[in-house]
Design a protein around this ligand. Structure first.
Ligand code: AMP
Ligand code: TRP
Length: 316
């Protein structure tokens, strides 16, 4: 039996190459080695997405993204979180085991609190829902970027807490899978690439957008090498090629940026074209989601039934 891998990306707008190198690329590469579940965390997205039409579009879009980067629905299960009530039910059961001070130590909560004290209960509870996503499927491995590491630790703690409290081995402890050199992909300003910093290169950008974004890369670095340009170049080209290119074009920031534009376009265009093709058949996308959801639901429901059994909720 193959080990189990599960991950998901919140459906909340355009993906960027940080998401790709930090997470999605690993999804695709591990597809043959693991039994994979890639899901749409739409319940997580509800914390920020209140427009129903945009929500529907984002759900379809994230699946288009999954397929365009190479996730194959014949190999992997693609499912929609909100269509499987076991996720929210398991969350409640876990909520009765996790304390507020524990969740208040989470980085994401502290960041949210620093920005605005009016934190939604859904945001506070975000890691518990995430633990349910992971634990219901006996997940071994969760490929994510560095910013999600603590969430996987919380999932492990919750698995232990449940197992200890109910004297069972119902839950497996998952491990994160984080590749060090892409754990934090830098953006056009050298900070972590993130939608909220407006420093992204969209994963399916057209040449015009790529050009605009690359031209905006901040290049105030010494030694004749534009560090921020090179860091992005190293993601898509091998080290020897990049080192040679930067040696030959020392100090030539414009030429180096132009080379990056061409290399990025060559890298992105096959995925961009595949996505455009897939977009023409939305019914097929919905079918893929629904078929995957039926498969996942069966597994999650079986686990939830066991949770009810060991907690004494089941009267037989
Ligand atoms: P998010 O956009 O926060 O929903 O992230 C989706 C996935 O991409 C998560 O696994 C993140 O950890 C990962 N990710 C987001 N931004 C970056 C980045 N700049 N570098 C590496 N991974 C990232
Ligand atoms: N929090 C993740 C993100 O922002 C999305 C997510 C929700 C997730 N549940 C998960 C990722 C379970 C991996 C496993 O990207």
């Amino acid at each position: 039996m193959n080990k189990i891998l599960l991950s998901g990306v919140k459906p909340s707008g355009e993906l960027h190459i940080g998401n790709y190198f930090g997470a999605l690329k690993q999804f695709v590469e591990l597809q043959d080695e693991y039994k994979c579940f890639f899901f749409i965390p739409d319940l997580h997205a509800m914390n920020t997405q209140k427009d129903p039409k945009a929500m529907q579009e984002s759900i379809i879009n994230i699946v288009l993204d999954y397929l365009a980067v190479g996730i194959d629905p014949k190999k992997s299960v693609i499912f929609q979180q909100s269509q499987i009530p076991a996720h929210t039910e398991a969350t409640w059961i876990f909520d009765t085991l996790v304390t507020m001070p524990y969740l208040m130590r989470a980085h994401a909560f502290k960041d949210a609190e620093a920005k605005n004290k009016d934190i939604l209960v859904g945001t506070f509870n975000y890691p518990v829902l995430m633990a349910a996503d992971i634990l219901l499927y006996d997940t071994d491995l969760v490929p994510v970027g560095q910013d999600q590491k603590q969430h996987i630790e919380i999932a492990r703690d919750i698995a232990q807490k449940f197992n200890n409290t109910y004297n069972t081995d119902l839950f497996k402890e998952p491990k994160e899978y984080i590749i060090e050199n892409v754990a934090v992909v830098p953006g056009t300003d050298g900070q972590k690439m993130s939608k909220s910093y407006n420093n992204t290169i969209p994963l399916f950008a057209d040449k015009e957008t790529i050009t605009k974004k690359v031209m905006s890369i901040v290049t105030d670095s010494g030694e004749g090498e534009p560090t921020n340009v090179k860091a992005i170049h190293l993601l898509i080209k091998d080290k020897d090629y990049v080192e040679n290119l930067y040696k030959e074009n020392k100090g030539q920031y414009k030429a180096l940026k132009e080379a990056l534009i061409d290399d990025l376009d060559a890298f992105i265009s096959p995925m961009r074209e595949k996505r455009a093709q897939l977009e023409k058949n939305k019914d097929e996308i919905i079918k893929i989601i629904n078929e995957g959801t039926i498969k996942a639901k069966e597994i999650a429901d079986a686990k939830l039934l066991k949770m009810r059994e060991v907690t004494g909720l089941l009267l037989v």
